[in-house]
Design a protein. Structure first.
Length: 216
């Protein structure tokens, strides 16, 4: 008796699609010992997002799935197929079909955000310098090293003013559009952690509220 065919299935935690009709190849990476079965499964429709009547009212939608539901749908066509899940047990599909990006609004948001961050960071640095009395420290250090009192702005203040932005750029591994090294920047790392936390929370909430598509 021949061994049953095996399908290896890998689905990420968050998948973005740009069509209301979602097929299995849109959300999963697959490998199967039977090429004919693999070609058929790639075209299999697993879900359809509802469309709004007015195109300008379309909003992106999110639906949470259990991988067991996907396996159940596969077994409807191939009951003897062995499915090995190598990805997430629960995942969400985000539909962005029909969405148009408002570039002027996005540019405005970016400008406002940059202004807020700039003045917020400047205020934080000035407050920190004032709290730890950096000016007094520079004055005392200059007098100890040079032997005379400083008459205002000295080499210490100049190099401090230069070193701070250079140190920030090196720490955040980003100068303009270029990276200092090929490693991810601290901001990118924190953003990935934030995205994972948001996805996990969304999946858990959907499961608790019974809005996740699972097996019966």
């Amino acid at each position: 008796m021949a061994a049953p065919d095996t399908l290896y299935l890998k689905i990420d935690q968050n998948i973005v699609v740009h069509s209301h009709q979602v097929s299995l190849q849109d959300i999963a990476s697959m490998e199967c010992t039977n090429e004919a079965v693999l070609r058929q499964l790639k075209q299999k429709k697993i879900y359809t997002f509802q469309q709004k009547e007015a195109p300008n009212q379309k909003k992106h939608r999110i639906q949470v799935f259990s991988v067991l539901n996907i396996i159940q749908q596969i077994h409807e066509d191939y009951p003897d197929l062995e499915v090995q899940n190598l990805g997430e047990s629960d995942f969400l599909i985000e539909c962005k079909a029909g969405l148009t990006e408002n570039k002027p609004l996005e540019i405005l948001k970016t400008v406002v955000l940059c202004v807020i961050i700039f003045f917020g960071a400047a205020f934080t640095i000035m407050t920190f310098n004032n709290d730890v009395a950096v000016a007094d420290v520079f004055t005392q250090l200059y007098q100890q090293v040079i032997g005379s009192e400083s008459d205002g702005v000295t080499e210490l203040e100049v190099f401090y003013a230069i070193g701070m932005p250079v140190g920030i750029m090196v720490f955040y591994n980003h100068i303009g559009k270029k990276k200092v090294t090929h490693d991810p920047t601290p901001i990118q790392v924190e953003m990935r952690k934030y995205e994972q936390d948001v996805d996990t929370t969304f999946i858990e909430n959907a499961s608790r509220e019974g809005k996740s598509i699972d097996v019966d």
